[in-house]
Design a protein around this ligand. Structure first.
Ligand code: NDP
Length: 340
């Protein structure tokens, strides 16, 4: 397809995630290309553009949004910047795929979604785990009754934050640092997706093991109650080097054990255990980000919905903020269920 008929993306944020996964995920979509990148520093934008072979590099949001070849923006700046960047993109008539957490408050996230609705542009959230063949298979198994009535879930997502990412997540509360807005928000989204259920209430405790600066958590454990009755236990950290990761679901007729599945890579195994014994469930792995961007592009073309909508981003953020508040206050928190 020629550039004239294809859809150009602008990257807002010269970030690690954009470079590691999203440029390739966009380029994997027929008819889509990466037109531009924007950084707050022109030299970083230029370097990123050169490294990734992107034609245009900007140091201002206005310049990127004024580029007529940019029709969609992917926002992966630090979290405190998402709101105003989405609002500007919507005002410029650009479709938006925004990173999680969408914002630092539910109200801001709702404002962003409403602005996109009003402008008639698509907005979605980049919760990549919904794109994993493993989590999609788990959702299918639960819906088919493979474990009977789901009763419990356990998420093990205590990992080690690699040295190249040991920056704002650990020392900038104003940027939405901390493990809860970084990892717990993904766990909550994954549980909402697989269980097809919404959060009711949470309790939690957090830890600062001195990787994060004072006032920010680098580890957390929480218990969540969903509206289908499921109790879920989550364990998230930046500080655990050798724990491995996974997810489990336990119902009255069986259990699903997912190992190595809380990953950015298309990897992991699922085991189903019930009265018939234990069986490994086959999954056809595919790139999580590629699949997520494909769903977004299909939705742009009027086919289906994005993997995680703007509302999904709002609801998962609201759950994570409730866990944060539960940890801070030591009190059980009811989780509101906002709409756009
Ligand atoms: P990075 O720290 O790599 O990038 C965030 C911002 O930091 C960039 O926009 C950039 O600013 C600045 N920056 C990057 N590299 C440098 C550098 N070498 N020197 C100075 N500044 C630099 O963040 P991530 O890519 O890890 O995360 C970005 C967003 O994506 C966050 O919202 C995060 O929550 C989300 N995320 C989502 C994931 C998912 O799987 N869905 C996975 C990882 C992150 P500028 O643009 O001004 O150059």
């Amino acid at each position: 397809m020629s550039k004239d008929t294809s859809i150009g993306w602008g990257l807002i944020g010269a970030s690690t995630i954009a470079k590691q996964y999203m440029v390739d995920a966009i380029r994997a979509q027929p008819g889509h290309f990466v037109r531009a990148v924007m950084s707050s520093q022109q030299d970083r934008a230029d370097r990123f553009a050169a490294d990734c072979n992107i034609p245009a590099a900007y140091a201002s949001l206005d310049a990127l949004l004024a580029d007529p070849q940019v029709q969609v923006v992917y926002i992966s700046t630090t979290n405190e910047l998402h709101r105003d960047q989405v609002l500007a993109a919507a005002a410029a008539g650009k479709h938006v795929l925004c990173e999680k957490p969408l914002a630092l408050s539910t109200e801001d996230a709702r404002t962003m979604a409403r602005a996109c609705q009003k402008a008639g542009v698509l907005m979605a959230t980049n919760h990549h785990l919904r794109g994993a063949a493993t989590h999609r298979k788990i959702r299918e198994l639960i819906q088919s009754g493979a474990i009977g009535k789901p009763l419990f879930a356990r998420v093990f997502h205590a990992v080690y934050l690699p040295p190249h990412l040991q920056g704002w997540r650990l020392d900038k509360p104003q940027a939405g640092g901390g493990v809860i807005l970084d990892i717990t928000v993904h766990d909550i989204d994954t549980l909402r997706f697989t269980l097809d259920s919404e959060l009711l209430e949470v309790v939690g405790m957090s830890q600062n093991a001195a990787m994060a600066s004072e006032g920010l958590e680098d580890g957390a454990m929480a218990v969540l109650r969903f509206d289908n009755g499921v109790l879920a236990q989550i364990h998230d950290a930046f500080t655990v080097k050798h724990g491995g990761h996974g997810i489990e679901y336990h119902g009255d007729a069986g259990s699903i054990i997912g190992r190595n599945v809380m990953s950015q890579q298309p990897v992991g195994d699922i085991m189903l255990r019930n009265a018939s014994g234990e069986q490994q469930i086959p999954v056809e792995h595919e790139g999580l980000y590629i699949r997520g961007v494909a769903a977004f592009c299909a939705a742009l073309a009027g086919q289906g919905s994005p993997s995680a909508s703007a509302l999904d981003g709002i609801l998962s953020l609201t759950g994570a903020l409730a866990v944060l508040q539960a940890c801070k206050s030591g009190e059980r928190q009811s989780v509101p269920r906002p709409t756009i």
